[in-house]
Structure formats: C-alpha cells, structure tokens
Design a protein around this ligand. Sequence first.
Ligand code: GP9
Ligand code: MN
Length: 625
Amino acid sequence: MKKESVYQFFKSHLFIVSLLLLLKVVLLRFLLFQEISLLKAVALELSYIVLFAAVIELIAVKWKPGAFLLFSVLFSTLFLAVIMYHSFFGRIVTYFALFQVGQVGTISESITALLNPVYILFFADILILLVLLAFRKYPLSTKPLNAKYFVVPILLAAIVVTLVNFTSHKDELIANNVIAAEEKGILNYEALEIVFGPDSQVNAQTNVSVENAAELQKEVQELKGLEDIPVEDRKFFGDAEGRNLIVIQVESMQNFPLRLDVGGNEVTPNLNKLLDESFYFPNTAQQTGPGNTSDAEFILNTSLYPVAFNPTSQTYGNKQFPSLPRLLNERNYTTMTFHADDISFWNRDELYPALGFNNFYYGEFFGNEDVIGIGPSDEVMFNKALPVLKEQHAKDKPFFAHLIGLTSHHPFTLPAEERQYALPDQFKDSLTGDYLVSMHYMDRVINGFIEQLKAEGMYENSVIAIYGDHFGLQQSAISERDVDLASELLGREYQTLDRLNVPFIVHAPGITDQGQTFEKMSGQLDMMPTLANLLGLPLDEQVVFGQDLLNHDSNLLGARYYLPVGSFWNDDILFMPEKGFEDGTAFDLETETPLDDFSQYKTDYDRILQLESLSDAYLESLPER
Ligand code: GP9
Ligand code: MN
C-alpha cells in the first residue's frame, strides 16, 4: 500500500465523517448516561456508522460530498431527536415515536423550551464543511477510495461487529429503556426495536376476549387479590344513579398544588373548598403511556392499561372499546366529549368513536377567541360547553360530559391578564412558578364553570369528577432551579413519587357533603370503577383493571413507558425495576426513601406483569368497529 493512499484514507469521507459522528455519539452518550467512554462508543455504536458510510463510499462515486453530508445530517438529527425526547420524556425514543413527529406542531412551544446551546455541536461540523464547500476550500478527498484495501475490508468488519452486537443483545430483557440503550448501544437498540417491534417484551395471552369478559374479570380480581363484594353490600352503590356525570380532565395537574399555600396565598383556593365537600383521592398514580393526554382520556373511559410503547389511540383507534360511554349510552345518557384542540391530534377522530361517545366537540366549535398556547382557553371551552349541557338538561336527558383541558399545558405561559397569582420573587421567570400560576388559573375557571352549573340548575343532580392527566413538572425536563423550587414547596425532595401523583376528586352534592379523604394508594385506572359504583353500574360483566376505591382498600397499580416495564405501586411501595426485579428500587410510600430489602414484593412484580399482559391481550382481542 502506498504512502499517499494511506494519506488519502485519512482525508476520505469514510474516515472523517465516521470519526465526526463517533464523537457526536460520545457526546450523546455523555448527555444521556453521564458517561465518557470512547471505548464503549467504538464497541457499541461505531459499526452502524461505518456500515452506512462504507456503503455510501461504494455507491456515491459522483456526489460524494452531498451524499455524506446528507448522511451526517440524518444521523445528527437522529441524535438530536434522541436527546430532546429524553429530556422531555425521560426515555430513549424508538422509531415508532419518531414517526409521530406530525404531533410536534402542537407542542412546538414546549420543544423550544427544551433546547440547549450544546446541541449546536451536533451540527457545527456540517455547517463548517458546507461553508468550506461554498468557498471551494473543501478539505475532504472526493476521489474514490481503494475498494480492495480499504472500503471492502472495512465494510466486512462493520458487518461482523454489527451482527455480533445485534445477536448478543437480542434476547436480553432490560426493563428500563434508558439502561437498555446504554448497555446495548443506542443505534443497536434502535435496530433491535425496528426488527422485533416496540412491544416485544409483552407476552401474548390466549383465551382472552370480550366473549368471556366475566371470566376474565374474575381472573383480574384474583390476580389483584380483590374480594368479590355482592352488589347489595357495596357502599355508595347507585347513590348517584341517573345523575349527570361531568368529568373534568385538567391538563398537567399534579396533586401537590392542591391545599398548597405559598407566602400566604393558596394556589387553588376554590378547589380546596370543594375538597372539603368531596371524596378526595390524593395518592392517585399517573398511569398514562406515550399517548399522554389521550391516554388519560382512554383510561378514564375504559379502566384498561394503555398500550405500553405507543399511543393507544393510534394503535387501536379502529377498535370498539367496552367503555363508560357505552355503558351510559345503554342507559339513555347523552355522551359527549369536549376538547378545544384539533381533532386529528392524538388521532382523536378515531379515539372518540372507539370509546363510544355519541357527540364530540372540538377545534372549530370553540372558535378563535382567547387562544392561549395550543388553542382556545379552558374558560372558552367551559363557556361553550355550557349551552350544550343546558340543552340536554332542558330535554330532561341525563348526560355524561368529558371536558378535556388544554390551557395548563407545558410551558405554562399565560398572558399577563390571566396571571392572577402573586408569588414570592424567587419564583420569577421559573417554570415551577409559571406552573403554579397556571394551576391557579385552572382553579378559577373550574370554579366559574361549577358556579354556572349551579345557576343553571344542573349542579344538584350531577356528579362532578376532576383529575389530572399527567405530570406538569417532569423532573428530567426541568432545570435544577425548578426542581429546587418544587422541593422547597413540598418541604422535601421533589421526586418520582410526586411527579407521578395526580389528584382525583369526586364531588356529588348530597352524597359527598361531609368530605372524605382516602389516603390509600389509588390510580387513574380506578377512576372509572369508582364513578360506575356511584352511578349504579355493576361492572361484573365488564373487564376493568382498576377498582372501586369506595369499596376496596388494598391496591396494585402498574405504569409503563414513564417507568420501566414491571414498575408498580402497592400499599407500601413504589417499585421500579432496573434490569429486572433484583436490581430494582423500592421507595417506601411513607418515608419516600429506598428500602434495603424488598424481596417480599416479588410476587407483586410478577402479578403486575401478568395483569399488564392480560390487559394487552384483551385490547388486542377486541373487535374492530
Ligand atoms: C393536545 C393536548 C395536549 O390536544 O391534549 O396533549 P399532551 O401534549 O399533554 O399529550
Ligand atoms: Mn396532557
């Protein structure tokens, strides 16, 4: 081999572009895993980069700079997407979620809030090369590299290393997706996901179908250790039979702002008063998956586990879910859902018929007035929903109205005239402060709506439920200052337990007047069975994975996506596996500190995996519409 051909190799696109991408992977791994290891990046990631680069070197004889720059742009964009997604969701994005970029428009404000100047490094080299190319000072060699000495051996080596990495990690089950990507290699992890699918960890179950619902429901009850209570012995059963059901899903509402006082001002003064005359479940776990708001809507209406790695509304929009709206339709209710965003977002145009709502109000219905953030304000939503409810009331027809909020969406920026909550100076220009201001706004508009229900004579004969869809202050997406401010508010460290804790409130005049707080652990999946009990719907023939909180104390609740698969809450702990059960962490719910010995909870871990896979199999078995 001649000296100048070695020199040409070091000036080649294959070498330089691969090296630059390798350095970017080192940076990416540092940002994701706080690890600086060239060795790991070379062993786990490099072969994929070189594989593509060698193929391009062989194919792109003429347009070498263009082809390599495009390759570099694509990989760098992928790296940026991985880091941005991780900073918001705390997970490694997989190819399926990348295809959801169509949803990004709606949350563009949230995305810009997550940008970090360091990310320029992912594109700086490309910009420099482009400038040099424009000035005809392009430093890389455009001559073809010797295939026999360089490209073919390099390509073969890359194929071998890629295959070794792929096959050796193929059967390794790691519950936490961030650790999985760290150990398997980010690019290798993506390749495994593409080949084996995002739900590869979920076991298919047979003999699960809507036909044997009662049998399946028994199995679920047994797995959860729930005793069978005859209808006549169920407390509060049917106490609100025939009443309207008005359910308000508040965007990003966590539990901690309730009953919180900052510098002498309550964040939610009106809701706090309402709590005194309501059934209040302060320890409700968020159980949504990647479908966020829409998953919460799905859960409230079905009490089924959402799909683990995809928005349920996308995967199963074509199905017919057994649901609360369907049960109420059978009882001559008018069932309606209201959301001011475009109906195509989260595939709601499919989700709503799948859930069995017979009326849905969205987008244009709410007009262009008072747009805050993503769409018309929640005040507008309530104001426009009211006449629709009045119409049903005038017909003497009971209704179920599901009202989905939007205004308190991340990054919680309200116009000056709506910022009516004075906070101490230290909260100025902070996300935590803006979040509280946003919750205060929600408190005001919800109260306004309830007052209107009273004025219109619809209040007494209704059950009003309020809950949060998911976190607002996502630990990994907020700055240290915001975490510190949140911790200061709580008087202890702001952590996972707080982040995944939403409120659930049931207010039924004449029934809940004395007020009662249920401190036991509960979850979003429990909301539907609890409301069904009050409305006198027995659910014995219905498959639900939640439970009626007015009649059952002990609980076992799972969450996936935002926590590793197999994570659960029971009466004592929040458990999160790492690679599996043994190396996981169990937080004591009382002290919020990790337990040394949690081996006694292994059966709960096995049970939750079984329950989730039963729910998956049941969803899969449901008929299409
Ligand atoms: C979009 C809105 C917000 O319609 O509900 O969704 P999110 O980003 O919270 O899932
Ligand atoms: Mn939401």
